[in-house]
Design a protein around this ligand. Sequence first.
Ligand code: WT7
Length: 656
Amino acid sequence: MTEPHAALDNLSTENRKFPPSDEFAAQANATAALYEEADADREAFWAEQAERLSWDAKWTQVLDWSNAPFAKWFVGGRLNVAYNCVDRHVESGHGEQVAIHWEGEPGDSRTITYADLQREVSKAANALVELGVGAEDRVAIYMPMVPEAIFSMLACARLGALHSVVFGGFSAEALRTRIEDSRAKLVITTDGQYRRGKSAALKPAVDEAVAKAGSVEHVLVVKRTNSDVEWTEGRDVWWHDLVDRQSEQHTPEAFDSEHPLFILYTSGTTGNPKGILHTSGGYLTQASYTHHAVFDLKPDTDVYWCTADIGWVTGHSYIVYGPLSNRVTQVVYEGTPDTPDKGRHWQIVQKYGVSIYYTAPTLIRTFMKWGADIPAGYDLSSLRVLGSVGEPINPEAWIWYRETIGAGKTPVVDTWWQTETGAIMISPLPGATAAKPGSAQRPLPGIGAKVVDDQGNEVPHGGGGYLVLDEPWPAMLRGIWGDEQRYRDTYWSRFGEQGYYFAGDGAKYDADGDIWLLGRVDDVMNVSGHRISTTEVESALVSHPTVAEAAVVGATDATTGQGIVAFVILRGGVAEGSDGAEAIKALRDHVAKEIGPIAKPRQIMVVPELPKTRSGKIMRRLLRDVAENRQVGDVTTLADSSVMDLISQGLKTGSP
Ligand code: WT7
């Protein structure tokens, strides 16, 4: 954050507005009155939202912020999160309502009612107990989007055990570091997963990770692809052997509102991912409230679909906890959007009559590239709300989304939030906001956010700066697992004097005071809505024997938002007579092995030197200029100003 960021200069001039139709506004869950209500008494407002849930014991205090930045919400309250997402809906007479229309990639499907979900989660909870899992134990979940992944998360919640879901696209090495950091005693996985019509093994990565991570006692394996797996007797257990024979009854126990619910690792500005810790009552309150207000969910009539993977926070808050607490009927899809063809999502929307669809800008831009003809071949008339998350959505993509997918009628909600915030923070309300393409607009009722300058002073309308959150919120992270200091340093020291949470995003106000997010201002890249740190990719590169030094930048990419571009100095240079292509391929594969395919650089450039300041800091700004084919900016602070010429002359470039 020491370098000025290009994002801050990117002040958009978009000024179209799309108010909701009168019909939509008249039936909306959330109206403009909510803002006034929350402003009048923020804590009373949140207490009212918490009444959405079933509590075994009511709280005695809404917020305890006396030990800031460690918040306690709904102090003294007790609840069971899984009970709130499952059992209470069965008890209120909705056992036969479909909770999940599950669609497998190869075309198989499953219909899971709330009564089914209660049985499945209870059996899974009983199975976990048999494996010795109890409250506060950590369970790693490394699975594709199969129903058992959701059963597993809810079984943990039911027992008060913390799940740590690790995205199935991460490598064995990434899984190992996450298992070790959380000291998980159980890993739940599958034999393999379907990806683009083929099955790929998953369990070997678990075997490799667990061999090195000492804490794991058991590996519970769901059979999905029927692939051969190696088996460690005494440690490995098949889901169908253990879970299927369990009792369908399990009595949920109430836990303290601040009982930990899950850890989710996310990239920071250093090499080690941070274990973001979330707790129960406040998290579920905000996940539930935002899902109800922002997506306008009507549990009796809507069919909701969030296309995220449970490996990311969006899957936690807007597939599992928010929607299920609201008695949603939702679609869960296992596979990729182009299998068996590029119409798969629209075929699913048509098949189930999806009415609310929530996805990421990178996918919207991909659909744009594929062409409007594809969605035009399906009946999408059931859609009534569209959502976007993960990165700034450019106005062209926003308009295309509304026109082509939403028939020019549906509200589009651009939702800003983070793994750390746990739930949506800044977003239009679909029935109350005149939406502006590309702007997340206003903090939701109950949320405080501001754009401030370097000193922490709020900037005037029209001005740009840093996004901060100036009021504690119920779903806020309660810390970084095992690292209190890093929690304080990362989020609370930048504007410590004011006591603001520093989000790491650049933002600006337009003339109306609406907020436009402009991208990260730290060394975190956003690739297809996934957060990847430059340092993490650099560490992976330099761990390869041929690399002497590496610098990584996120360069603007028309589809993925940012693309990873790496500059490497090879030990001994590029071999005579070679164009470096082989070395570059080896490096890309190495990064995939160290972190996962999502971290593979889009481009690797072999360079003789890296641009550094006199104090040795790499000037990424100049590398971004090269990566984005721009005139290289001011080089006067370089220790050796001829370096940039050397780089431009001697580039050996490798792209996929
Ligand atoms: C970062 C958080 C929240 C779930 C997915 C990502 C960026 C997220 C938006 C948006 C502009 C956005 C920010 C943020 N981001 N949503 N609507 N507009 N930027 O969660 O991996 O924790 O990443 O994603 O840069 O800081 P995450």
